[in-house]
Design a binder for this molecule. Structure first.
Ligand code: HEC
Ligand code: HEC
Length: 318
C-alpha cells in the first residue's frame, strides 16, 4: 500500500512534458488536477444551425446533438442513441459528420468492410490500448471503444458501418502547421486536448499538438469546426520522403493515399490519430489479422519518423 502511495505521488508530481515524452501525448489520459467545470444550464447554439442544446444534452453520450440533420442520411438508432449497456451513441464521439476528434477517429467514407473488421478487432482484443497511464486502462479514450465493440450486436455494427461508409470526408477539417513553439495544453475530463488559458507556449518537442480551431465549438460537438495540428518544423517534408521511399505507402493505400478496397484512406485525417495507430501497430497493441503488413512497415520507424509520416499524410487532401 505504502509503495502504491509513493508511486502515485511521483506520477502526479511529474511535469506534463516529462509525462508526455513517451508518446502519452497521443493517448489522451485526462489531467487529474483540473478544476471541475461550473454547471452551465444556458442553451447553446453553433453558427448556421437553428437548433439549440444545453451542455447536459450535448454531453449525453446516448443522445448527442445533431446540429445539421440535413447534411446526412437518417441515422440508424445505434448511431444516434447507442444500445443497451456500454453501447454509447457513435455520433457522440465520431460526430454526426463522422469526422470525429483527435482522441477518437474519423470514420466518414471509410469502407464498410474495413470498419467492420476494426469493430471485430476491438471486440476480440486484437486492437487495444498501447499505453496504460499509471496502469489504469480506463484512463484512455480507446478503452470506451473496446467496451462499445464488446456490447455491439452484429446488426447494429452493420447498420452503423454502412452509414459511416456513406458519409463523405470533409475537406480541410484538419489544418497542419509546422511550429517550434506551441500553446501549453492539457487533457480535459472529456478527453479533449485544449490550450491552457493564459498558459503561454512551450517547445513542441517530438509531438503533435492538435488543438480545436475554436474550443467552444469543439466542446459543443459542432461538426463544422475542426482542428489545427501543430507539428515539428520540417516534419511534413521528412514524412513525404519516408512515405515515398522503398515500398511506398501508395502501394497499398492507393494514389493520393485515399484508400483502395478495404485498405483505409489515411489522407487528411487527424495526425494525432494516425500517429497513435502507427505507434500501436509497432508496439503490437494493434494486431488484427490484416495488421501484419503495417506491423512490418512500422518495425523500422522511430517515433520521430512516425510523427513525420502522420504530419505528411494529414497535410494531404482527403
Ligand atoms: C466514447 C467515445 C466513442 C464512442 C461513443 C464510439 N467510439 Fe468508435 N472510437 C473511439 C475512439 C477513442 C477510437 C480510436 C481508437 C484508437 O485510437 O485505436 C474509435 C475508433 C473507432 C473505429 C476505428 C476507426 C479506424 O479508422 O480504424 C471504428 C470503426 C469505430 N470507432 C466505430 C464506432 C461505432 C460504430 C460506434 C457506435 C456503435 C462508435 N465507434 C462509438 C471512441 C468512441
Ligand atoms: C503492404 C501494404 C501496406 C503498406 C505498404 C502500407 N500499409 Fe498502411 N495499412 C495496410 C492495411 C492492410 C491496413 C489495415 C490494417 C487493419 O485493418 O488492421 C493499413 C492501415 C494503416 C493505418 C491505420 C488507419 C486507420 O484508419 O486506423 C495507418 C495509419 C497506415 N496504414 C499508415 C501507413 C503508412 C504511413 C504507410 C507508408 C509508410 C503504410 N501505411 C503502408 C497496408 C499497408
Amino acid at each position: 500500500m505504502k509503495r502504491f502511495v509513493i508511486l502515485f505521488v511521483l506520477a502526479v508530481m511529474l511535469p506534463a512534458s516529462a509525462a508526455e515524452s513517451q508518446s502519452t501525448w497521443a493517448f489522451f489520459a485526462p489531467d487529474p488536477s483540473q478544476p471541475a467545470a461550473a454547471p452551465d444550464k444556458a442553451p447553446k447554439q453553433v453558427p448556421g444551425s437553428k437548433r439549440s442544446y444545453t451542455m447536459a444534452q450535448i454531453d449525453d453520450l446516448k443522445n448527442p446533438p445533431d446540429w445539421f440533420p440535413n447534411e446526412h442520411a437518417a441515422m440508424p438508432n445505434v448511431v444516434a442513441h447507442g444500445a443497451a449497456g456500454n453501447v454509447l451513441a457513435c455520433a457522440s464521439c465520431h460526430l454526426a459528420s463522422g469526422m470525429g476528434h483527435p482522441e477518437s477517429a474519423s470514420l466518414a467514407g471509410l469502407k464498410q468492410a474495413y470498419l467492420l473488421r476494426q469493430l471485430n478487432d476491438f471486440k476480440s482484443g486484437a486492437r487495444k490500448n498501447a499505453i496504460q497511464v499509471n496502469g489504469k486502462p480506463e484512463m484512455n479514450a480507446t478503452q470506451y471503444m473496446v467496451g462499445i465493440a464488446q456490447g455491439l450486436s452484429y446488426a447494429d455494427a452493420k447498420a452503423a458501418s454502412q452509414w459511416f461508409a456513406n458519409l463523405k470526408a470533409q475537406r480541410g477539417w484538419v489544418k497542419v502547421v509546422e511550429a517550434a513553439m506551441v500553446p501549453k495544453s492539457t487533457i480535459t475530463s472529456g478527453y479533449m486536448r485544449v490550450a491552457v488559458p493564459g498558459g503561454g507556449t512551450e517547445p513542441i518537442g517530438n509531438r503533435i499538438i492538435e488543438l480545436p480551431q475554436d474550443v467552444k465549438r469543439q466542446m459543443l460537438r459542432d461538426p463544422h469546426s475542426g482542428t489545427i495540428a501543430y507539428v515539428p518544423p520540417g516534419a511534413i517534408e521528412k514524412g513525404r520522403a519516408l512515405a515515398t521511399n522503398g515500398r511506398a505507402c501508395e502501394t497499398c493505400h492507393g494514389t493520393d493515399l485515399t484508400g483502395v478496397a478495404d485498405v483505409p484512406s489515411i489522407a487528411g485525417r487527424s495526425p494525432t490519430y494516425i500517429f497513435r495507430q502507427l505507434y500501436s501497430f509497432k508496439s503490437g497493441a494493434r494486431a488484427g489479422a490484416a495488421s501484419t503488413p503495417m506491423q512490418a512497415e512500422t518495425a523500422g520507424f522511430s517515433e520521430s519518423d512516425m510523427v513525420a509520416l502522420a504530419a505528411y499524410v494529414a497535410s494531404l487532401p482527403n
